[in-house]
Design a protein around this ligand. Sequence first.
Ligand code: NAD
Ligand code: IPM
Ligand code: MN
Length: 350
Amino acid sequence: MRTHNIALLPGDGIGPEVIDAAMLVLEAAAARFDFALKTQRYDWSCQTYLDTGRMMPADGIERLQTHDCILLGAVGWPAKVADSVSLHGLLLPIRKQFDLYVNMRPHRLLAGVDGPLRAKDFDILCIRENTEGEYSGAGGRVHQGTKAEVAVETAIFTRHGVERILRYAFEKARQRSGRLASVSKSNAQKHSMVFWDEVAEEVAADFPDVRMTRYHVDALAARMVTHPETLDVVVASNLFGDILTDLGAAIQGGLGFAASANLNPAGGGPSMFEPVHGSAPDIAGRGLANPAASIWAGAMMLEHLGEVAAAEGVIAALEATTAAGQTVTPDCGGEASTWEMAEAVAQAIR
Ligand code: NAD
Ligand code: IPM
Ligand code: MN
């Protein structure tokens, strides 16, 4: 039997709740579609940091390297551990070390989910650069604590990094509607974003069948709200993509719905799948978290593993559940718990 070797990183807050929910559904899909998931759970979290002084063991990356894929819940417990420590000790190093330079985030309404907009018929695929740009970590602070204090955060954009994410986005656009929105802010940022626009025009010459439109990020944000149906593939830098995909989550019904795949199309290490949302300390431990995002991320993982029929089965079961509207969590207007909603999705698969 086909067996896929998955690392589970539940993390903090609602992370363990939504990962347990996703695994309930993925196990149902494995049974129904005849494959096996061999999982290894790594309980690396802010508690690990408090206990050991590290978010993950020194050989954490080597251990993850042995798996086909990583399924991650969420990282961060800001009341106990600074985000600058927790995220830079676990999530961000995984993206960087495995060179997961594509962060792919779909935004559309699942059946039965209304969303806050008048426009309902949108299907946006955001391709976020995931390893450099505003997240490079370069910079520092001087004269700390004085009136002369200065903090510098240097965004680093390499030709290698910009070109490869644009090429990936053009390929995706070619497979979909042939439309690509390239996001920058070259009216204000005259080095990195002018460079981004130049590389976008160069790459566009290799894709005459794709119609690229350049947008400034502020205008694109407005367009996602006023005319989301005019967008298809959207490509953006690390920070702009981060912000636009929480906006994408909002228009698809909330953070409980948005899923993501962190990919290195060149291969060589595990890809990572996760909901877009964080650890949601405000609702953690109460069964209130919507598991749709983590279930959808699980479906993206199955597709990546070649289990295409199972991935489609998971999305169909998720949509059957949201369309029925009975067994859904409070953020989608229901009264079900995280586990009850996942159980309804698993039942629809069985
Ligand atoms: P968040 O995404 O955790 O929460 C924002 C809001 O959305 C909250 O009101 C929360 O209750 C709600 N929400 C999130 N997921 C939900 C779900 N599945 N169902 C229903 N409601 C949901 O963002 P935040 O509050 O800014 O961050 C909390 C912590 O998570 C911080 O430490 C942050 O750095 C971290 N974070 C981690 C990741 C990640 O690991 N990928 C992503 C984002 C934020
Ligand atoms: C996300 C998150 C992370 C990011 C944070 C937690 C570092 O917001 O995955 O969208 O900014 O990439
Ligand atoms: Mn984010």
